[in-house]
Structures are given as structure tokens and as C-alpha cells.
Design a protein around this ligand. Sequence first.
Ligand code: AR6
Length: 170
Amino acid sequence: MEIELIEGDITAQSVDAIVNAANSSLLGGGGVDGAIHRKGGPDILAETRKLRAAKYGRGLPVGQAVATTAGRLPAHWVVHTVGPVFSATEDRSELLRACYINSLRVADELGAASVAFPLISAGIYRWPVEDAVRQALTVLRAATPATLRTATLVLYGAETAAIARAVATT
Ligand code: AR6
């Protein structure tokens, strides 16, 4: 699988699946989650409500991933995953890697050829950007998916993109 790093807005990506850094409620929030629901329209929320009712009464657990269609977005699907909140006293990096592993699996099960990720947990959940990139690349570089050909890490803002490029080359 080819891995690309780009600076941009994930809601504008013309890929098969984009990943949403959601919360367990699956009912929307700020950051990339807010942008996806705002630009994708109400169909996405209608589907996540159904998923909550049918399967995730207590919410989607941290590290897991689940797909909906993408409403008005250029992508076909949104894969919703819940990153861990960063902790300075507890190593939660396995849960962060699980977000990438499970999102890749869900996208692959959908038959997607391309998937785009935001930097999960690196915003409101306060994960340090450098390590968030490292965790993401560890999983993406080790992945051997069936249908996916390209994974794009979409970095929001020039500063984050510069840090990510530096991490990727070390
Ligand atoms: N495109 C790409 N990346 C973005 C975009 C965008 N449009 N908007 C923000 N980012 P965050 P988290 C970057 O906070 O830390 C929500 O309320 C952002 O700069 O979106 O996992 C959820 O509902 C950062 O680098 O997600 C949860 O409650 C990265 O995406 C909580 O936030 C992730 O930042 C999840 O927090």
C-alpha cells in the first residue's frame, strides 16, 4: 500500500473512504468530526444514530471503527473511529494504533482502494503531533490490505504537515 502525506482538509478528499476522529457517542462533535457532519449533511448522523440503536447502545469503544456512507462529501464512505484521549501517565498508544488498524480493516472490507486519515487524537484529545504521526505511520507501513492501494494522511495546517514530513523521513 502506498502512503501519502498531504496538507489539507479531509472533507475535500476524493477518495473511497475518509476516516473520522469521532467520539464514542458517534453523534458529532468539534474538530474534524464537526467538519465531516457539517459538510456531509444529515444523512451521516441518521446512520450513526441507527448504529447506536442497533449495535452500540453504550457507544463505540475507543480503538474500534465503523462505517457509514458519506452524504454530500466526495468520498463514498466515512469510517468513524474513536481515538484515546492523550495521557501523560498512561501509555494509550496501543489504542491509538488500534484506530488505524481497525479503520484500515473496515475500509478494506468495504472494498475501498483509497482511504484518507486525519491525525487521530492529535487535536481536542491532545496527543502530541510528532508521536501521533509516528503511531499512524507504524500501522500504515505494516499494513497488508486486500483492496486498499493508497492511504493518505491528511495534515491540517502547515505546522502539522511540516512536523509530519520530518517524522516520516526519520
Ligand atoms: N481535515 C483534516 N484534519 C483536520 C480537520 C479537517 N477538516 N479539522 C481538524 N483536523 P480533532 P481528536 C485535525 O480534534 O483529537 C471531536 O469533538 C486537527 O488539527 O478533530 O481525535 C470529536 O467528536 C488534528 O490534527 O480529533 C471528539 O470528541 C486532527 O485533525 C474529539 O474531537 C484531530 O483533531 C476527538 O478529538
